[in-house]
Design a binder for this molecule. Structure first.
Ligand SMILES: [Zn+2]
Length: 118
């Protein structure tokens, strides 16, 4: 089984307490829920991490992630991250389609056009 730092998501040993990459105490974060960790990962600087986090949040239909995903969408410029965030939001709450359209405006990235069609 592979273990990841729950802050920077680099691979670490299962016994590691202090992440050698970012210095985060792995025990310190244990009072945070899985969904809270995923929400925090939406702002990870490496683009593949927010995409993974958004996909998992969508599959979990994590209602508590709705506000964070909408906030992410507002300032996101990467089309693949935008796609993952929109996909997650629509899985969590399909009624958000109009809100998402308003947030994105007229220049809808090609990666999400199919998600927002009526
Ligand atoms: Zn780390």
């Amino acid at each position: 089984m592979t273990f990841y730092c729950t802050n920077c998501w680099n691979e670490i040993d299962a016994q590691t307490e202090i992440c050698p990459y970012c210095g985060t105490d792995q025990n310190e974060l244990d009072n945070e829920s899985y969904v809270e960790k995923l929400i925090r990962s939406l702002n990870h600087p490496e683009a593949s991490t927010p995409v993974r986090a958004a996909n998992i949040l969508g599959n979990l239909k994590a209602k508590e992630a709705e506000a964070a995903l909408l906030a992410k969408l507002k300032f996101e410029s990467d089309p693949f991250t935008t796609e993952a965030v929109v996909d997650a939001l629509l899985k969590i709450n399909p009624a958000l389609k109009e809100t998402i359209k308003k947030l994105i405006g007229t220049e809808i990235p090609i990666t999400i056009k199919h998600l927002l069609e009526d």
